[in-house]
Design a protein around this ligand. Structure first.
Ligand SMILES: [Zn+2]
Length: 160
């Protein structure tokens, strides 16, 4: 028997510490997620868990409860020939690689010279305090199908 979980749907506008809008759901459907599946950042999930359908809130999330603090150990130098697309590698390129603790991370190229590339495995929003303007549009119990898949399904049913 799977534990009971709720599916929470909400609109959000995400801004960084300078008030720049990073992302919003306002031009499409509300975002839906199943509680307890680590689908959204922990600080936001904790705050949303206390709200009811119809509530609007401004939620401030510290970096450690968002995409984590910026980790200098995730900035690494790699010989260019070890990288994919060695010949056309450019600053801003991204690719998956294995990090220091065997985790799969998305690395961005932040510097490059003839011999080496400098890669940053931090999330682009690591170290950022974030603010979410949210409006909870619906809260319901997860369906058996959603519980077995471990994620919420949209209003049209199944979509992966
Ligand atoms: Zn599914």
């Amino acid at each position: 028997m799977e534990p009971a979980r709720r599916v929470i749907s909400f609109h959000y506008t995400l801004t960084d510490s300078e008030g720049e809008v990073i992302d919003t759901s306002r031009d499409s459907q509300p975002f839906s997620y199943m509680e307890g599946t680590a689908q959204i950042i922990p600080g936001l999930e904790r705050a949303l868990a206390l709200l009811s359908a119809g509530d609007q809130r401004k939620i401030d999330v510290a970096a450690k409860d968002a995409y984590g603090e910026h980790d200098p150990e995730l900035i690494i130098q790699v010989p260019r020939e070890k990288l994919p697309n060695d010949g056309t590698l450019a600053v801003g390129d991204q690719f998956q690689a294995t990090g220091p603790n065997e985790e799969v991370l998305m690395f961005r190229v932040i510097g490059i010279n003839d011999a080496e590339a400098t890669l940053d495995g931090n999330h682009p929003l690591a170290g950022e305090a974030l603010t979410f303007d949210v409006e909870v549009t619906a809260i319901r119990d997860a369906t058996p199908e959603e519980l077995s898949h471990g994620h919420a399904h949209g209003p049209g049913g199944h979509h992966h």
